[in-house]
Design a protein around this ligand. Sequence first.
Ligand SMILES: NC(=O)c1ccc[n+]([C@@H]2O[C@H](COP(=O)([O-])OP(=O)(O)OC[C@H]3O[C@@H](n4cnc5c(N)ncnc54)[C@H](OP(=O)(O)O)[C@@H]3O)[C@@H](O)[C@H]2O)c1
Length: 359
Amino acid sequence: VTTCESWDVGVASRYPERSDTTAAPNAAVLNGFRAALREAQLYVGATAPNPPVGCAILDADGEILAVAAHQCAGSAHAEAAALALCAERGVLDRAVTAVVTLEPCNHVGRTPPCTHALLGSPIRSVWIGCADPNGHVPGGGAAYLAAEGMQVAWLEQLSPDMTEPLLTLCQALIVPFTHHMQTGLAWITVKQALTMQGEMIPPVGHTVFTSEKALTHAHRIRRATDAIVTGVGTVLADNPGFDVRRVPDHAGRAARPLVVCARRGGIPEDWMRRAETRGFTPCVCGDVADVAQMLGEQGVLWAMVEAGPALLQTIRAQALWDEWLTIRQMPDGTEQVTRVVRVPGVAALSVLDEIEGAA
Ligand SMILES: NC(=O)c1ccc[n+]([C@@H]2O[C@H](COP(=O)([O-])OP(=O)(O)OC[C@H]3O[C@@H](n4cnc5c(N)ncnc54)[C@H](OP(=O)(O)O)[C@@H]3O)[C@@H](O)[C@H]2O)c1
């Protein structure tokens, strides 16, 4: 993985003054956003506690020279990774516009500020999807870039009918991160499958009743989330694995927390041990009301609940969820999928369902 360090050349640029900007055309900028979103989406579930971010670098004609994403905490931020790709390809001198899904950071974390990476490159204009919601560090990446002579523009400045879906997707990409920044809590998505009769319990001898498509979707959500939450009833009834099997998981991903809610214990020790071998850090939680806070403190941005009716009833009654996905069997053999966000706004799941289609 390329690190940011190679681009930490300080603010002084070896490139000419920025007044001669030839920015990429608007249609090309929108293409850049689509490419950046697609790339960033590949790493949703691998970047926590950082947000997923994508960046496309364009030349003066709007040709995309490189697209990159932030891949995991400690690795290069999207802007630095995309610039490094341009250098590797020998096209860095043609780079004039950077298109980023999230405002470039302006602080030193595990890697140097992205603003410095951009200012130390030939980039003359930066297009930004959404503002950095990180209130804990001095932000203002956009303002800093502008003060240093960079042309800075926001996606929302383009005609709304063209940009609205892309803007929503830029926001959806960081919904769990924004929520975590604002509340300290992990974003909680509940996944619930219902039979035609509205039951959650599979027929005797089965552990699932949904279609292959729905099962694969569930594994995509597992891949995108940073933790799983379940109840002891589900563990005892189904001996579930909870690992990502139907799609490839992120390579080299750190262990995911796996929270088993139980007030009286009773979770088989060998199940807990086997969960560790499947890439989890299992733990028991005696009060489901503590889960979002506990996971948030561990740097989990997004958790999925896969539990039975008893735990879901409490989660619903106490409003401990942010997004609720229901997959209901229909009489004609199809499935009806509904997605509800508790506080109306952007859904985190849009990232999985819509980026590929819209972007
Ligand atoms: N259709 C679906 O989407 C779906 C998904 C998962 C599972 N299931 C099915 O659901 C069935 C199991 O259902 P279930 O209701 O028995 O299991 P569950 O909801 O997974 O777990 C129930 C347990 O959660 C614990 N719990 C409840 N409220 C709690 C709270 N406030 N704080 C901490 N822990 C709390 C309780 O443990 P204590 O008893 O120790 O208090 C309770 O026994 C299985 O047949 C499984 O196949 C269906």
